[in-house]
Design a protein. Structure first.
Length: 146
């Protein structure tokens, strides 16, 4: 039995698949692998979404939204009137604010909840309305009624 036949029997038949070819290329071209790895690492540092202070390299970090906004466009108005009953808070604060806020453009629904000493008013806007416009618009009717 020759040496080639003995090696083939011990290790199995010689294969030439994609993975074997890739491993062989990496073993034969170590400098190319090192340069490609260094390039990928540098590119990752340049686009990383962290606030690293690297003066030498121009950075353009990828913006990341860790928690996507899948909820409705809404603003919450929280009012406080210490020591009053829920009925007083509802009659004097929640109802008056709800009526004032109904005139804001783009309002779909207003929900108010009154408790002992405070109330919460949820203003839900149409999906096409930009939330920044909505938050500025919240204060206009309140200032006009004062």
């Amino acid at each position: 039995m020759s040496t080639d036949q003995q090696t083939e029997t011990t290790l199995g038949p010689a294969r030439s698949g994609f993975l074997d070819g890739l491993i062989q290329f990496c073993m034969n071209n170590k400098i190319v692998v090192v340069l490609a790895t260094a390039f990928i690492i540098m590119w990752g540092v340049l686009v990383a979404p962290f606030d690293w202070d690297i003066q030498v390299l121009p950075r353009s970090p990828v913006p990341v939204d860790a928690i996507p906004d899948i909820g409705e466009n809404q603003q919450i108005v929280f009012t406080e009137w210490t020591g009053r009953s829920p009925q007083d808070v509802e009659d004097q604060i929640s109802y008056a604010l709800t009526v004032s806020l109904l005139g804001i453009p783009g309002v779909r629904t207003i929900r108010s909840y009154s408790f002992f000493g405070f109330s919460s008013i949820y203003i839900i806007f149409d999906e096409c309305l930009v939330l920044r416009q909505a938050s500025v618009a919240d204060y206009a009717p309140i200032r006009d009624n004062s």
